[in-house]
Design a binder for this molecule. Structure first.
Ligand code: ZN
Ligand code: ZN
Length: 470
């Protein structure tokens, strides 16, 4: 057992080791197989026996194995959009921002080491009500339905409970609606889901089946983030489709708190939260009060301040508690989800955008690639690293994402922050002795030295490059 596993008490918990082995293999050889397999899994076209596992540690990390497929799909959509001059629908930095999110979510997984899944296993081992055979078809189908049913309620709670919404809003904060939004997930939402209702599944569904179908459910939700598919005919009755999910992401009044389904839309139809997409009314995507920022760390966290402010503004203890567990639009004396007449009905608005010069876009893309590379390295090696080093690594990735976000936003002190980040990296690598071990590190080191020189010249105004704001 590594020090890190000991540190977090995650005994016998090997999910991330699979990511380690498989991502290595995927990165090197299996591009086409990966994309083909990924598309099949996305639509539940899988060999049941091949995907049935006895032990939770045998379940592969399907969602993250499919990263190549995501990038292919995004590239394909991006090129398509370029051809149809819908450049604004696919602004490159906005897409990078979305693809940041899995990195951040993986960061959370590295720190907590999937402890919420460990808790699931614990509940199942000690308190299960039913003994279901791990390889029976009944278990397989019950797990599909059970996971989706619980997803509906967890997702609904994420919209109707202010504190949970503060985490889930990350997925809704994009003003575009495309495949990349499917990757934009909240760092803390895994915990919200667990403490809500998914834990009740642990009383029935074996952990390996829960882990498998939870991932298929999430994978299915990737492709429904598109405006390219209008309608799917009779399938719209049963399945959650792009048409239904567009409504879920809208901030027009009729779209609010609607269509929570994951794989199936029937739960919304049964429990009265279904809304049909309206012809002739353009959907405005994003939050009702959208944040003008591309900074991923800020977007993950900012909403929690709104919850704290609302708590402080309440005068009685009863209202303070209600400010946390009732809906985001709730006010004292009003219904739990707020009064309809108090809500804004947004029909159109201008999207937040910052025009950056080409060199800056190129610079950010290169540094983003280094962050992704660094992150993959961490995922491959972290079981052999001590807890403090992993923690430091994750913090550095967060700092990097913040710096990249500040540059995207063209913030005033972004260049100084970026300079400090580059210098920090240069000094760390210089002192650590890593330079002797790997050529890739010395290449990255040179890149960071060059970047630091650039920002020093720019900070002292020796070099002047103007970025124009829209
Ligand atoms: Zn949602
Ligand atoms: Zn979505």
């Amino acid at each position: 057992m590594s020090q890190f596993e000991e540190f977090y008490g995650a005994r016998d918990f090997k999910f991330d080791l699979h990511f380690e082995e498989d991502s290595n293999e995927t990165f090197r050889f299996e591009v086409i197989t990966d994309v083909k397999r990924g598309i099949g899994q996305m639509f539940y076209i899988v060999d049941r026996e091949e995907m049935t596992f006895q032990k939770p540690e045998d379940v592969p990390n399907i969602f993250y194995q499919r990263h190549l497929m995501y990038y292919f799909a995004l590239l394909f959509r991006y090129l398509n959009h370029r051809r149809t001059s819908l450049y604004l629908e696919y602004r490159p930095y906005s897409q990078l921002l979305n693809t940041h999110q899995p990195t951040s979510v993986r960061g959370e997984r590295l720190v907590f080491r999937g402890a919420e899944n460990w808790a699931y296993i614990y509940i199942h081992q000690h308190f299960r009500l039913l003994e279901m055979s791990w390889d029976s078809a009944w278990t397989w189908y019950l797990a599909i339905i059970g996971v989706d049913f619980c997803y509906y309620w967890v997702h609904r709670a994420c919209h109707e409970v202010h504190l949970l919404w503060a985490q889930h809003q990350v997925h809704h904060s994009s003003e575009e609606y495309n495949l990349a939004v499917g990757l934009r997930q909240s760092v803390l939402q895994g915990w919200c889901g667990f403490v809500n209702i998914l834990s009740t599944l642990a009383l029935v569904i074996p952990p390996a089946q829960f882990l498998t179908h939870q991932q298929f459910n999430l994978l299915y939700q990737f492709w429904i983030h598109t405006q390219a598919i209008n309608t799917l005919g009779p399938l719209e009755w049963i399945l959650n489709t792009p048409k239904h999910h567009r409504v879920h992401h809208g901030c027009n009044l009729y779209c609010l708190d609607k269509n929570y389904g994951g794989f199936l839309i029937i739960w919304d139809r049964i429990f009265g939260t279904f809304a049909e997409e309206r012809n002739g009314e353009n959907i405005v995507y994003g939050l009702v009060y959208n944040q003008p920022s591309f900074n991923p760390v800020f977007l993950q966290l900012f909403y929690n301040q709104n919850v704290i402010n609302k708590w402080k503004a309440m005068h009685t203890w009863e209202d303070k508690v209600a400010a946390i567990w009732k809906g985001p639009s709730w006010q004292p004396g009003k219904p739990r989800l707020g009064a309809e007449e108090d809500k804004l009905d947004i029909k159109s608005r201008e999207k937040y955008d910052v025009k950056l010069p080409m060199w800056c876009n190129l610079y950010l893309c290169l540094h983003f690639a280094v962050v992704v590379f660094g992150f993959q390295e961490l995922a491959l090696q972290y079981t052999g690293m001590n807890a403090l080093a992993v923690f430091g690594f994750v913090i550095y990735i967060i700092i990097s994402l913040t710096a990249i976000g500040m540059l995207f936003d063209n913030r005033r002190h972004a260049s100084i922050f970026e300079l400090a980040r580059c210098l920090l990296f240069v000094f760390y690598v210089q002192r650590s002795g890593l330079l002797k071990e790997e050529t890739s590190i010395s290449l990255i080191q040179s890149f960071f030295v060059f970047s630091s020189c650039f920002w020093i010249l720019k900070t002292f105004k020796i070099l002047q490059i103007t970025a124009k704001n829209k």
